[in-house]
Design a protein around this ligand. Structure first.
Ligand SMILES: [Zn+2]
Length: 137
């Protein structure tokens, strides 16, 4: 049996939302089809810039934690959870979440749900552009 990866508890936990967690899992494995990843796969595109800011090539790290559009949403979610910290890049946020969201406590679950839901909604917004509509519900 293969050893568990350090982020196992972020993806597999009681109360998880499967469609949210699959996005986290794919993001951790860097399998989401970002523009830069598609370009690396040999797919030719005219524009690989982020759909939110149209300034920087779209990568996993940029889309979720470096782009001001997404980063401000993540900061707001963290503040709602009582956390005031500087948002890092993908590797930094994953390392922080892996370290801090351990255990089976309610707050650990809330943080994991916040992270997985955040990633899901940002990826969906990237693909459909309907975040405003979702937030109004
Ligand atoms: Zn951007």
């Amino acid at each position: 049996m293969a050893p568990k990866v350090v982020w196992h508890h972020l993806v597999w936990f009681p109360g998880r939302i499967p469609k949210h967690n699959i996005i986290l899992w794919m993001t951790i494995l860097d399998r989401l089809p970002t523009w830069v990843r598609l370009l690396r796969m040999g797919i030719i595109m005219e524009n690989v810039k982020c759909l939110f800011c149209d300034m920087v090539p779209e990568t996993r790290s940029h889309s979720f934690f470096e782009c001001d559009y997404a980063k401000n949403i993540w900061k707001a979610i963290l503040l709602l959870c009582g956390v005031n910290r500087r948002v890092s890049h993908w590797d930094g946020e994953l390392a922080w979440a892996t370290h801090c969201f351990k255990g089976k406590s309610l707050i650990a679950r809330v943080f994991k749900l916040a992270l997985t839901s955040y990633l899901y909604v940002i990826w969906r917004e990237r693909n459909t552009g309907c975040l405003e509509e979702w937030l109004d519900r």
